[in-house]
Design a protein around this ligand. Structure first.
Ligand SMILES: CCCCCCCC/C=C\CCCCCCCC(=O)N[C@@H](CCCCN)C(=O)O
Ligand code: ZN
Ligand code: ZN
Length: 492
């Protein structure tokens, strides 16, 4: 008999053992209530070492409560890393298939009540939406990943391809990333060959960091899925001015506050150079070109000619501006001790998000050339270079698995394009483990929803969360393909 080709057997196997992503009404109610319960636990991380440890510990217990099957399944190992992060190793039946990793984070940024329609840690449901800090960033992913696994296990699913679930508790702060530090510690930070029994380090990661984008580009009426194959770098720069304190009845010409305020103002008034055309954005727009209406489709199909116009148009909106340049955000200003005392010190912190065509050092030098005042001291608090571009061609297993799952769960979406994440994710800690790092949240996002991330009235629709669970339910099964990742060397 002629042996079946591996591919055919693989496809047949996939079809034969496929578990349909249909959930009972009871399961659908339970999953939304589980998300609400997660939102109600205030796992806020403030600054390095400043976490709500009570809430983080409570969240660990909560996961055991709502996902009992995950925790009692023999082929799933659960480890607590760095006291409050969680690493699940799901052992597949075919050890020859290289594993992958699903990343999400438990911690959230603070959320003062002011401006919220409902209390930010209430998890209240209104008009089909669940409100709360973390509903988009990023407890939705924590809960959707574990929920999908729980539902698969209840249906007697056994994975062929091993995978890891890494749930960090310090993603939102300046930190080495305990879960990734813990994982590197377990797997060996430089050595890609793992210790015995730990399984190969994951060859692809899927994390937060992009969405199905709807309404972000004028004249692009249709939503499209952008899978972030890279992410901007970051530079947290603290600027400081020190002066001799004194009586405010005889003030100097300039105080430390005045000097620093002028420096900060110069930074804000002098945007970093527009780098349109160097980085993934041009690729994203070229893939979208035919989705635009006339005359935009002509413009985006001829960027060689129209790029100056496009780069100027993209500057107009805060979000698309973040795609064409290194952004400058003055986020903290602390100074003064008393109304009648000349302030001895003034400090301001600037958060730069670095375009892939620039480096930390280049941005630091540009900032100094803009401030141009020797009385202002520069202190780098944290810095990360822009990440390399992950492969996204037909051979890129991770990208193709995401694309395949998008097309099955969101059949109405006909464009999946690679792009760049304008924010940072924990995936930046894993660049020494894999080149296949992808950032995608299977949710529709409109500009007004983006303002909820780290802002007020962050919310997710019940339907969107259920679809996110469905996506992961499908993705985990799609990953059971026998296809093997191909090592890539990729230049944009
Ligand atoms: C051409 C199409 C237009 C693209 C429009 C992009 C719209 C924005 C989409 C996604 C942005 C990702 C936001 C969600 C992830 C945020 C993760 C986060 O908050 N990370 C923190 C990490 C902080 C680490 C300590 N420094 C952050 O970036 O601040
Ligand atoms: Zn996040
Ligand atoms: Zn965040």
């Amino acid at each position: 008999t002629v042996p079946r080709s591996k591919g055919l057997r693989d496809a047949e196997h996939q079809r034969a053992s496929r578990i349909p992503s249909q959930f009972s009404q009871e399961e659908r109610v339970a999953m939304k209530e589980s998300l609400k319960g997660a939102i109600q636990i205030p796992t806020v991380s403030f600054n390095p070492g400043e976490f709500n440890t009570t809430a983080l510990a409570e969240f660990g217990e909560y996961m055991h409560k709502v996902f009992p099957t995950v925790f009692r399944t023999s082929f799933i190992q659960h480890e607590v890393v760095g006291e409050y992060s969680h690493l699940f190793t799901v052992q597949g039946s075919d050890p020859s298939l290289q594993p992958y990793m699903l990343l999400a984070h438990i911690d959230v940024v603070p959320a003062p009540d002011q401006g919220w329609e409902v209390p930010p840690f209430s998890g209240l449901e209104r008009d089909g939406f669940i409100y709360g800090r973390g509903t988009l960033d990023n407890k939705n992913s924590v809960m959707a990943i574990l929920q999908a696994l729980e539902l698969l296990l209840i249906r007697n699913y056994i994975p062929r391809r091993s995978f890891f679930i890494a749930l960090g508790h310090d993603e939102e702060i300046v930190a080495p990333g305990s879960i990734s530090a813990g994982v590197r510690g377990t797997w060996g930070s430089e050595d890609l060959s793992p210790p015995p029994g730990k399984g190969c380090p994951a060859r692809l990661h899927v994390d937060e960091g992009s969405f199905i984008l709807d309404g972000f580009i004028p004249s692009l009426k249709k939503p499209f899925a952008m899978v972030s194959v890279s992410e901007k770098g970051s530079l947290d720069l603290m600027m400081e001015v020190n002066m001799t304190p004194g009586h405010s009845s005889a003030p100097p010409k300039e105080t430390s506050i005045g000097i620093l305020a002028a420096a900060v103002s110069r930074l804000e008034q002098t945007p970093m150079p527009n780098m349109f055309g160097s980085g993934p954005l041009k690729m994203t727009l070229q893939q979208l070109a035919n989705e635009f209406s006339f005359p935009a489709n002509v413009i985006f199909n001829n960027l060689w000619l129209f790029w100056p116009l496009v780069s100027r148009l993209m500057e107009r909106d805060d979000i698309t501006n973040a795609l064409v340049r290194t952004t400058t955000a003055v986020t903290m200003f602390n100074a003064g001790i008393k109304v009648n005392v000349i302030p001895p010190v003034a400090q301001a912190t600037v958060n730069f998000r670095i375009h892939p065509a620039q480096t930390v050092q280049e941005v630091l030098k540009l900032a100094k050339d803009i401030v141009v005042d020797d009385r202002v001291q520069f202190h780098v608090l944290e810095a990360f270079e822009p990440l390399p571009v992950s492969p996204f061609d037909d051979q890129a297993l991770g990208y193709q698995l995401i694309r395949q799952t998008i097309q099955s769960v969101f059949p109405e979406i006909n464009i999946v394009a690679p792009g760049i994440c304008i924010a940072q994710t924990d995936s930046r800690h894993y660049t020494n483990l894999t080149t296949g790092i992808y950032r995608f949240n299977p949710l529709y996002l409109q500009p007004q929803d983006f303002s909820g991330i780290h802002g007020i009235n962050e919310r997710i629709s019940v339907q969107a969360f259920e679809t996110q669970v469905k996506f992961l339910f499908e993705f985990i099964q799609n990953a059971d393909t026998e296809q093997r990742p191909v090592s890539h060397l990729h230049e944009l």
